[in-house]
Design a protein around this ligand. Structure first.
Ligand code: 5GW
Ligand code: MN
Length: 269
């Protein structure tokens, strides 16, 4: 538990049968948002195929795949009650902007679609594969995920934005955890508030000629200082095998797919 009594979700802390009973009675629909812009369309097939095996099995799921090339999305056969919904987005030149604009698009779609179509949203990176159970134990008003690189470290080592000119600024005596930009969510209302606030903070910074050190992740971390998540996911939910297999990790549920950073970040074909 956190000091504000939010559970930190690790294997062994929950009973999935009790949780399933509860969430099934409420007949929930879960929206998953992920972006596949420019070269990142290569990640879609593995992402969806492995999600069909491990993500919210037995529930109604809408996969909202935001992409500049909806026609390039693979056809993947989905289980009953699950839909793939392409959403066309602009392709920004700078990769930082591709990543940051996710907040704007999620907030916009929350107002126009998500509110009518789903109960909860799970907003995640696409350069990933599902490797073990991820179910309703993560669902709550607002959740964030401990960043796999720093989950065991102290506040002073968190790479929060430290320039007071930025809207993402966090003073050295504040902040609870360092959350990952690649896995957050909650109810549509809470995700709408979060993404709208982060987008507005980014636009204010842009106006002032400053961009936070870790882009959207910095603004997300700022938001969570003052709007505490009601659950926190352990790094089981966002792991990279490059960081090994520490004994505390009983499951690796969602894993980074290795990528060639130089090739995928270049604008060349
Ligand atoms: C490309 C080069 C560098 C950084 C980001 C991109 C990029 C990200 C892109 O060209 N297209 C795209 O759709 N994205 C989206 O932003 C993907 O959903 C991706 O998972 C997310 C975050 O970028 P990542 O995964 O490269 O960031 P890291 O910190 O996980 O490496
Ligand atoms: Mn990623």
């Amino acid at each position: 538990m956190t000091p504000w009594f939010a559970p930190i979700v690790w294997e062994g802390t929950f009973n999935i049968d009790i949780l399933n009973e509860n969430f099934r009675q409420r007949n929930v629909t879960i929206g998953l948002t992920a972006f596949a812009v420019k070269k990142y369309t290569v990640f879609v097939e593995t992402f969806i195929k492995t999600a069909e095996e491990h993500f919210m099995t037995g529930y109604k799921v809408n996969y909202y795949i935001f992409t500049d090339k909806p026609e390039a999305l693979p056809t993947v056969s989905l289980k009953e009650g699950r839909k793939l919904i392409p959403v066309r987005v602009e392709k920004y030149e700078r990769w930082q902007e591709v990543s940051m604009r996710r907040m704007e698009m999620i907030s916009r779609l929350s107002e126009t679609r998500f509110v009518n179509e789903v109960d909860y949203l799970v907003c995640i990176d696409i350069d990933m594969r599902f490797a073990d159970h991820i179910g309703v134990e993560i669902l709550t008003d607002l959740f964030g995920t401990l960043h796999p690189g720093v989950y065991s470290r102290v506040r002073q080592s968190f790479s929060y934005e430290r320039r007071s000119q930025s809207q993402a600024y966090i003073p050295s005596d504040e902040g609870d955890f360092y959350y990952a930009g690649g896995f957050f969510g909650g109810t549509v209302l809470q995700v709408y508030r979060l993404t709208k606030a982060c987008h507005e903070a980014m636009m204010e910074d842009k106006k002032n000629g400053i961009e936070a050190v870790w882009h959207d992740e910095s603004y997300l971390n700022k938001y969570f200082v003052y709007h505490k998540p009601t659950k926190i996911l352990s790094p089981e939910y966002l792991w990279d095998n490059g960081m090994g297999s520490p004994p505390i990790l009983k499951k690796k549920r969602f894993l980074a797919v290795p990528k060639n950073h130089a090739a995928i970040r270049s604008n060349e074909k």
